[in-house]
Design a protein around this ligand. Structure first.
Ligand SMILES: [Zn+2]
Length: 360
């Protein structure tokens, strides 16, 4: 049975990397992989010797959408995935996809040494994408100069982030704020302390206070990978203070969902079903332990060659949580799509699918 009457996945990567570092003799070396992924070249433009290419993987997304009755997905670029490929996917399936915009070209040019990173150009690139139909938010997360390896002070970082918030305010769209870290393949090397706002999601409250009209979505709601709950707690603190700060709970295990649900200052209206479809984490399983499952990059297994099944796993956790709590279906429908429909201005077949009461 379908878990709700309409389902929107708010965090989907419909592009996939093909990695050719094996051909170059450094098979077990993940250290250089994240940087190479960021410079990934679209498959149809790639030279034969490109280390990493990125290609349209929407056929697999569509098959999973069919399998799990997911009606729509928000496409996110990251790690060299391009806005352009996402645009093509939306054009081919306008009923099923919308996207977030990221300054991908500005970043790639800086990484390739063609042009130094500038926030002004990053903002221009965002502005251009947000003018296109289907691009309804910024993200995933906010990075910055990709060549930077030194931690940045919050006072400076806050000024940088304003570039993104200004564009979002102009287009009346939400900003995605990344939270959580992965561990296994070296992607977080040097990243833990690089951005103070990743380390401490409560800093989002400062930008939120400055931009009351711009909603913030915490990518992964503080739980991207691993078992540490500290980022979840910080995300909940901010969501408890602002009605239009949203948490993606798609990577939470069932018990963790209680954290925002039990907070009297966080409403059901602030939860989104966003996983990380297309990402490289797999599930770690430790039966009868707490937590029984969590997502992580697991180094000794190597990179997954299969497409990890985020939706089957995530919907099962949500169902367990909903069943144990006897969650009303109208509430569950908000998590599964109603909130996303409202936030991203999505057209739906019927305008009375989600709970709304007339306060007289
Ligand atoms: Zn992601």
């Amino acid at each position: 049975m379908k878990l709700g009457r309409f389902i929107v996945e708010t965090h989907c990567h419909a592009q996939r990397h093909a990695v050719r570092i094996q051909d170059h003799g450094d098979e077990s070396n993940y250290e250089t992989l994240p940087d190479k992924m960021k410079m990934a070249v679209p498959a149809d433009e790639a030279a034969d010797d490109a280390d990493v290419v990125v290609y349209d993987n929407s056929e697999r997304v569509l098959r999973d959408m069919d399998t799990y009755d997911v009606d729509m997905c928000v496409l996110l670029p990251s790690f060299g995935m391009t806005n352009e490929i996402n645009r093509q996917i939306i054009e081919a399936h306008p009923e099923q996809f919308i996207a977030a915009a990221a300054p991908v070209q500005t970043k790639k040019q800086a990484l390739q040494g063609e042009r130094e990173w500038s926030w002004e150009r990053a903002a221009e690139e965002l502005d251009e994408w947000l003018q296109l139909d289907g691009f309804r938010m910024t993200g995933e997360g906010i990075r910055g100069d990709p060549t930077r390896t030194e931690p940045i002070a919050w006072a400076q970082r806050k000024q940088d982030l304003r570039h993104v918030f200004d564009v979002a305010a102009k287009h009346d769209v939400p900003v995605r704020w990344h939270t959580g870290y992965v561990s296994g393949y070296g992607g977080a090397h040097g990243l833990f302390n690089l951005y103070p706002d990743w380390q401490d999601p409560t800093l989002a409250s400062q930008l939120k206070a400055e931009y009351p009209e711009v909603p913030i979505i915490f990518d992964h709601g503080g739980m991207q990978a691993g078992w540490q709950e500290k980022y979840v707690e910080k995300c909940c603190q901010v969501a408890g203070s602002f009605d239009d700060v949203y948490l993606e709970i798609g990577l939470y295990w069932a018990d963790l969902m209680k954290k925002p649900m039990n907070d009297p200052n966080i409403s059901i209206d602030q939860l989104l079903w966003g996983t990380d479809w297309g990402a490289s984490m797999v599930q770690h399983h430790q039966p009868n332990e707490d937590p029984p499952v969590f997502w992580e990059q697991i180094e000794h297994r190597g990179l997954p060659a299969h497409q990890p099944d985020y939706w089957g796993a995530s919907l099962r956790q949500l169902q367990t949580f909903a069943r144990e709590r006897d969650l009303p279906q109208d509430d569950l429908n908000l998590i599964l799509s109603g909130n996303a429909v409202r936030l991203f201005d999505i057209d739906v077949p019927d305008d009375r699918m989600f709970q709304r009461y007339l306060n007289v």
